[in-house]
Design a protein around this ligand. Structure first.
Ligand code: NAD
Length: 476
């Protein structure tokens, strides 16, 4: 202990004000805890990367790009719109209004709950003590009864292509641009590469996506990704797979491809090669906590690391998604308040705001079989949907994975319009242990995309209404 170090007692301390941290703070207050939340940016940081530089701004840009593209699509139905113009600087104003509004909503929620918010960097100094350093260099020590670490992640960097914020950007820089570049090379064809690449393409930017693996979105089922790759190509984007960027001189990006080295001219390079957990500079060693080789924290099912410290969100194993962090927060705080709980979801939905959208929940057929289930996979193409025909016959499909023995639905995988919304029904079905028959007997409104659930469930049960034998998707 540093001589003269005086520590304040705090009941529940939260590190990080993102979707995990602020939810933990609110739940803690609801459970009668006295809560102090520390975020590097204080109240202005509430909402975290998701609200300020991630999910919300990117989805806003994607919506604008989709709207412009939709207008083109409806030309064939007689729509004529004169003078469509898009100013990125004006979009930035709108983005700021939306983000500020949501951040102030979180501020209000925390104030109402009686949570105190402090600006500063939190580091552990021992298993029950943390120091918070403020921007002015002052240090405040806290002895905590419990601590929830929700410090999130940052964009991973490439050693040979360091970010300069001008020519070499990360996704935050890319979303902060005021003027659209004429051409962009996106390094990494994962979530961000595909989402940003699609939006930029729709806004008229010449996009090249360079992906190290053999295809885009290598972690996602190939059948779901195929329509997305096709659409990107249709939009004029170039996709270089099995390739790596080896240099950039400010004008030309040097790419190593299976066919040899090639040059791609680009105004900007956006690096989107994954995220690094923020666990390296928070004093974990002083609390006796060891990270995994990935930098992630090996939490117990109730998210605890010690009897005083829990961790949630992007610093724990599993997908780095806001909704996972929020769900973990509620478990972690309940456990620290004495409840017997565990974070054990059957389905954490994964959604990619590509074109068409991809959404997935639960097990793939292969994963189910690996768990010892005799699982079938039933697919209906979107062409069976009247609603899809109304929207111009979009490409896509819905797949349902069912345990043959119990008929319980264990996975739902969608590619198509509004997949991001539809997947919630799949999540409920899986979590509630619904059978294919349960889903088949539910009446869904017509004409909507949700009717695909009826169709795929009827087909899984062997009695499809709108699918002819010859047009059946794979049902194995
Ligand atoms: P990612 O892990 O989804 O994709 C990174 C891609 O980069 C991978 O396909 C990988 O093979 C490739 N790659 C790695 N090194 C490379 C190299 N040197 N050259 C070329 N390709 C390389 O990561 P991301 O796209 O940066 O997104 C980060 C995380 O943010 C995601 O995993 C996700 O959790 C989250 N996110 C979620 C959403 C959403 O929910 N819709 C959207 C954006 C981001």
């Amino acid at each position: 202990m540093v001589v003269g170090e005086i520590a304040e007692q705090v009941d529940l301390l939260i590190a990080g004000g993102g979707p995990g941290g602020y939810a933990a703070a609110i739940r803690g207050a609801q459970l009668g805890r006295s809560v102090l939340l520390v975020d590097r940016d204080g109240e202005t940081g509430l909402g975290g990367a998701c609200l300020h530089v991630g999910c919300i701004p990117s989805k806003s840009l994607i919506e604008v790009a989709d709207t412009i593209e939709e207008l083109k699509h409806w030309r064939k139905a007689g729509l004529s719109v004169q003078g469509t113009r898009f100013e990125l600087s004006e979009w930035q104003e709108r983005r700021k209004t939306v983000v500020d509004g949501l951040a102030s909503g979180i501020r209000q929620l925390l104030r109402n709950a009686g949570v105190t918010v402090l600006a500063g960097e939190l580091r552990l100094t021992r298993p029950d003590r943390a120091v918070v350093e403020t921007a002015t260099g002052q240090a405040q020590f806290f002895d905590f009864e419990h601590l929830v670490l929700a410090t999130g992640s940052r964009a991973s960097a490439l050693r040979d292509l360091p970010r300069d914020g001008v020519h070499v950007l990360d996704s935050t820089d890319a979303l902060n641009l005021d003027v659209l570049p004429a051409s962009v090379v996106v390094v990494g064809g994962g979530y961000i590469g595909v989402e940003l690449g699609t939006a930029f393409s729709k806004l008229g930017v010449q996009v090249t996506i360079v992906e190290a693996e053999q295809r885009l979105l290598p972690a996602i089922d190939e059948n779901l990704v195929r329509p997305v790759s096709a659409r990107l190509s249709e939009l004029g984007a170039s996709i270089l797979t099995h390739s790596e960027v080896i240099g950039f001189d400010g004008e030309t990006v040097k790419v190593s491809t299976p066919q040899g080295e090639t040059g791609v001219s680009a105004d900007k390079v956006v690096v989107a090669v994954g995220r690094t957990p923020n666990t390296d500079d928070i004093g974990l060693d002083l609390a006796g906590i060891v990270t995994l080789a990935t930098g992630l924290l090996d939490v117990a099912p109730n998210r605890s690391l010690t009897n005083k410290i829990a961790a949630i969100g992007d610093i724990t194993p599993g997908p780095a998604l806001a909704h996972k962090a929020t769900a973990e927060a509620l478990v972690a705080v309940a456990a620290q308040t004495g409840q017997q709980v565990r974070f054990d979801p059957l389905a954490i939905p994964v959604v990619i705001f590509s074109d068409p959208q991809i959404a997935s929940a639960g097990l793939s057929q292969a994963e189910a079989q690996a768990q010892g289930l005799d699982a079938t996979a039933t697919i209906v193409p979107l062409s069976t949907s009247g609603r899809a025909a109304l929207a111009g016959g979009r490409s896509g499909s819905m797949q349902m994975v069912v345990d043959r023995l119990t008929r319980v639905v264990v996975g739902v995988h969608i590619v198509g319009p509004v997949a991001s919304e539809l997947i919630a029904e799949g999540v409920v079905a899986i979590e509630m242990g619904a059978t294919a028959q349960d889903l088949a007997s539910c009446i869904r409104p017509h004409p909507t995309f949700s009717e695909q659930f009826s169709e795929v469930a009827h087909l899984a049960e062997g009695f499809p209404v709108n699918v002819m034998e010859a047009r059946r998707g794979k049902s194995a």
